[in-house]
Design a protein around this ligand. Structure first.
Ligand SMILES: Cc1cc2nc3c(=O)[nH]c(=O)nc-3n(C[C@H](O)[C@H](O)[C@H](O)COP(=O)(O)OP(=O)(O)OC[C@H]3O[C@@H](n4cnc5c(N)ncnc54)[C@H](O)[C@@H]3O)c2cc1C
Length: 669
């Protein structure tokens, strides 16, 4: 029996223990200074402005997609990565600003979610405004809803300037063992892939931009190129792919302003529909004063573009005032404004391999983000889906380049992410139609307007949490899903609160997943004492730690820490005070780093105050289960706790036995 009643819970202490910055460092010896700054990798000198002749991965474009990829790769000194952009330096303002709960979960894996939480504006509620039935020329509030449903994610939906998100990634890269920084003022102008069997089959020509560099070009050979170069992607054109879809562009005016108004929901995300002046969306921004306003403009004809010279920010402000009637807005400063024109389109594939050649050819060139899908800003997905693309691709490239995974796994990138993009286009199409449609005439006051209903119904989608990867070599069919229905195979690992056994710290289990290309295996113990040698958890640990069929034995190079490829953690049903850590399997206290110190952070118990993880996720208490999680936080498989054969064969589907001695220790302090 757990001893929860007798626990003397001090709420202040509880909250202090719940505030986590879950870091491990001093693993390879004492390392003075800021633990967020990793030791520079041996042989990694300061990057110079010169481009090397050969790289493993060349990323084109330093927007959210490119930086998410670069940040992952920067932790791997054995992979030569470069990222180029035609711009002269980092972005300062503008473009996207919505950060979904899912992206925040991903930021946690990069260890900067806390910083974003502090600086960003949190979207807590969304309000809806429509024409007054008795006086349609004026708007009134028709509804107000909680923005993110309870229990959907431990992370909030927030708003922050895209430029600040870029800054966080740039910081991760700069502090990484490779000290990676983008090479700015370089434009990709040509890309060729040779069919010959050579190690670096892609040749890229870059043009130097800026005074003093006129007429200068550089040639770089790469093993892989990833085009994160936006909606007019040159990489996409070079591989002969096209954005296909709704050709008619939709134009939205967008402005970030500091303003005074009598509109009561100015600090609330508000969707406002007027009788005949169109729609606007208000998005409160970071800092407590700035607000973003999206103003719907006319739909454009095929290939027509809005002339920026005919448009002015004054016209956008006037339009906002017309929609807001009877309220007014007095703009004191325009921080940034733009006309954002987009259609709904997606490319047929996100890599260079024609569908008919999938069985015979391996992908070498990829496209990600706006380069392969465009859609409106209304659903706030632009930056999120783009980052999601390269979070999916990054670990696959790392494992393939380190010869730990079969390169055929790279095919799954296009297959998985194109489905996500296609769903987004369909959603956005419908959402744009509903927002753009004139108010439904005669809607009774008590009836929820359609756009409000649609918004509520799709809350999970806009939070970025409905992505579900379908079965492949990486994702099982979910034959044992009933053992843990709350960990749905294919979806992202839905974190839950737990107590760390060794030090009673209250943490989120999902935050043990870092953007370090490792697989995670969570063993949820069944009923009975985990201290008993006959317990299911002890048997599993014996198998993992000693059997020749164990994926850890097969796929981890001998010289490396046992958890470097697959990181195993256990969760018990008992309260942490009822378990003796010394009686738990040694395997769950692995020795790590140069000094082979004990890692005490692999065992967890329920956090009874916040909710029991077994109940929250429906985990089978009698038999327990195993949950296998991909490096991008998506659930790959749920297995019985004694499903040793299934466990082995799952990893055999894509991991390969090590040829090389060891993999550098990346982000271990
Ligand atoms: C003007 C503008 C306004 C936007 N406004 C909004 C908005 O209000 N709300 C919203 O949700 N989304 C908005 N977006 C879209 C949002 O910013 C994107 O969805 C998101 O940035 C996509 O990220 P990405 O990394 O795929 O591409 P991008 O952010 O577009 O980054 C592409 C990068 O590639 C670089 N590049 C392009 N070609 C080359 C080349 N040949 N060689 C080298 N580098 C190259 C570019 O300089 C750029 O830095 C806007 C986009 C633009 C361009």
């Amino acid at each position: 029996m757990t001893n929860i009643k007798t626990r003397n819970i001090n709420t202040q202490g509880l909250n202090a223990r719940r505030k986590e910055k879950n870091m491990q460092f001093h693993q390879n010896g004492f390392h003075a200074g800021d633990p967020d700054i990793y030791k520079r990798a041996q042989n990694h000198k300061e990057l110079t402005q010169d481009m090397p002749n050969e790289v493993d991965v060349l990323i084109v474009g330093s927007g959210p997609a490119g930086l998410t990829l670069a940040a992952q790769l920067s932790g791997h000194p054995d992979i030569v990565t470069r990222i180029v952009d035609l711009k002269p330096g980092p972005m300062e303002k503008g473009q996207a600003d919505g950060i979904s709960c899912r992206s925040m979960e991903m930021f946690q894996a990069f260890d900067f979610a806390e910083k974003v939480k502090r600086e960003a504006c949190w979207v807590n509620e969304t309000s809806f405004w429509n024409p007054k039935p008795e006086k349609p020329s004026e708007i009134h509030r028709t509804g107000r809803i909680q923005d993110v449903e309870d229990g959907l994610s431990e992370m909030p939906h927030v708003i922050l300037n895209q430029a600040r998100v870029h800054d966080r990634y740039l910081e991760v890269m700069q502090n990484a063992p490779t000290r990676l920084v983008p090479h700015y003022s370089r434009k990709l102008i040509d890309l060729t892939l040779t069919e010959k069997e050579v190690s670096h089959p892609i040749t890229v020509t870059l043009e130097r931009i800026g005074s003093g560099y006129e007429g200068q070009f550089e040639k770089v050979r790469a093993q892989y190129v990833v085009g994160c170069d936006g909606a007019r992607s040159s990489v996409r054109s070079a591989i002969g792919r096209e954005l296909v879809g709704d050709k008619a562009n939709q134009a939205w005016g967008v402005m970030d302003v500091l303003a005074e108004t009598d509109f009561p929901d100015f600090r609330m995300k508000s969707l406002v529909k007027s009788e005949s002046e169109g729609s606007i969306i208000f998005i409160p921004r970071e800092g407590g004063h700035m607000v973003r306003v999206y103003i719907e403009m006319d739909k454009l004809a095929n290939n027509e573009r809005i002339s920026r010279s005919r448009m002015s920010v004054e016209k956008l402000i006037d339009a906002t005032n017309r929609v807001l009637n009877p309220y007014t807005i007095n703009v004191k400063e325009v921080v940034w404004w733009s006309i954002y024109e987009v259609g709904h389109s997606v490319t047929d594939k996100f890599d260079n391999v024609p569908t008919k050649n999938i069985g015979t050819q391996l992908p070498r060139i990829f496209i990600a983000g706006d380069a392969c899908h465009t859609h409106s800003a209304k659903a706030g997905q632009g930056m999120n889906v783009s980052m999601g693309d390269t979070f999916n691709l990054g670990w696959k490239l790392i494992l393939v380049l380190q010869k730990r995974c079969n390169p055929k796994l790279l095919h799954t990138y296009s297959a998985e992410r194109r489905t996500v993009a296609k769903d987004l286009i369909d959603f956005d199409h419908e959402w744009s139609r509903i927002i753009g449609a004139p108010p439904e005439p005669g809607t009774p006051l008590e009836e929820t307007p359609k756009f409000q209903r649609y918004f509520i119904e799709h809350g999970r989608y806009t939070a970025g949490l409905s992505v579900k990867y379908t079965p492949s070599i990486l994702t099982s069919h979910g034959d044992w899903q009933h053992l843990a229905p709350g960990f749905e195979v294919g979806t992202r690992f839905h974190s839950a609160p737990v107590t760390r056994l060794a030090d009673a710290k209250l943490v989120q289990l999902g935050h043990t997943i870092k953007a370090d290309a490792r697989w995670r295996l969570y063993a949820f113990a069944g009923a009975g004492s985990p201290a008993s040698p006959q317990s299911d958890i002890q048997k599993l640990c014996n198998f993992l730690g000693t059997s020749l069929d164990s994926p850890l034995q097969k796929f981890t190079p001998k010289e490396m820490d046992s958890n470097r490829v697959i990181d195993v953690m256990a969760v018990f049903q008992q309260s942490h005070r009822d378990l003796d850590i010394g009686a738990m399997p040694d395997f769950l206290r692995p020795k790590v780093g140069l000094l082979q110190l004990t890692d005490y952070e692999k065992m967890f118990c329920p956090d009874h105050a916040a909710g029991d993880i077994y109940t929250m996720r429906g985990i089978n208490r009698e038999g327990g289960c195993i949950v296998i999680v991909r490096p991008d936080q998506h659930i790959a498989n749920v297995l019985p706790i004694d499903g040793f054969k299934e466990l082995s064969s799952f990893f055999e589907g894509f991991l390969i036995a090590p040829l090389t001695k060891s993999i550098p220790n990346e982000f271990s302090g």
